[in-house]
Design a protein around this ligand. Structure first.
Ligand code: ZN
Length: 243
């Protein structure tokens, strides 16, 4: 069983397409939220994710903003403009789909949220301290999170010992059979860990294995579409730098 885990697609169709090609044959796709916001292709990305991730799909803060569940006052002016633009692109059925997404899903082995177990929509798990505060708040072996756009994993004992999470490398694989983990597959559509390639992960529950992946995508194609749509220059530029 191979599961493709994606997060923070952020309406970047060229990146999503490249990830789906590169992941190869998978049995399931899980989405950890923020399908839309920032990028130029919100309709296409909602339609694809709705089709490929029919069972495990979580809402993120940008999806919430797009359906008007979040005051745009909480966003900076650039994100606010992009969010308003996003809402204007979506049809009733896209909005209904986003509206239907839960903010947390739990199975025997895993928990899935966009932000953190403590605050499923909003909290950023970016260091050992925040992770340590969250480990007691879920019972499963693994918790998958998105939201920071930084690909990483944090083991429970290391979080408790305040060990700084390491950066992952492409094709790095971890054995999930020992210990408990918080895992972030990184962002498909707007990586912020200094690597501009789209990030994702392959989860093999029967083998207790998770593999981190990166793949280059035609960034200029996304940037050109953003320019055509009049999206803010700072959002266009950051894609090239992966920040
Ligand atoms: Zn995001």
């Amino acid at each position: 069983m191979r599961i493709l885990i994606i997060s923070d697609v952020h309406a970047n169709l060229p990146a999503l397409q490249r990830v789906l090609e590169d992941a190869g044959e998978v049995d399931e796709v899980w989405s950890l939220g923020d399908i839309v916001g920032y990028g130029p292709n919100p309709r296409e990305c909602v339609e694809i994710v709705r089709t490929i991730a029919p069972s495990i799909s979580i809402i993120g803060n940008h999806d919430w903003a797009a359906i008007g569940r979040l005051s745009l006052e909480d966003f900076n002016p650039v994100a606010r403009f992009a969010s308003y633009w996003t809402t204007m692109q979506l049809g009733a059925e896209h909005l209904r789909y986003l509206e239907s997404l839960p903010n947390r899903m739990i199975d025997q082995d895993w928990t899935v949220v966009h932000g953190s177990p403590r605050h499923p929509i909003w909290e950023y798990v970016y260091n050992a301290r925040i992770a340590a505060l969250n480990f007691p708040l879920f019972d499963t072996r693994v918790c998958f999170v998105g939201h920071t756009h930084v690909q990483l994993y944090i083991r429970e004992e290391e979080a408790m010992a305040n060990v700084t999470p390491r950066h992952t490398v492409d094709r790095e694989s971890i054995d999930l059979s020992e210990g408990r983990f918080i895992i972030n597959p990184g962002s498909v559509g707007q990586p912020r860990d200094g690597d501009n390639r789209a990030a994702f992960a392959i989860y093999e529950p029967k083998r207790n294995r998770l593999t981190f992946r990166r793949v280059a995508y035609p960034i200029e194609e996304t940037q050109e579409q953003m320019r055509e749509q009049g999206l803010p220059e700072s959002l266009i530029n950051r894609l090239a730098h992966g920040i």
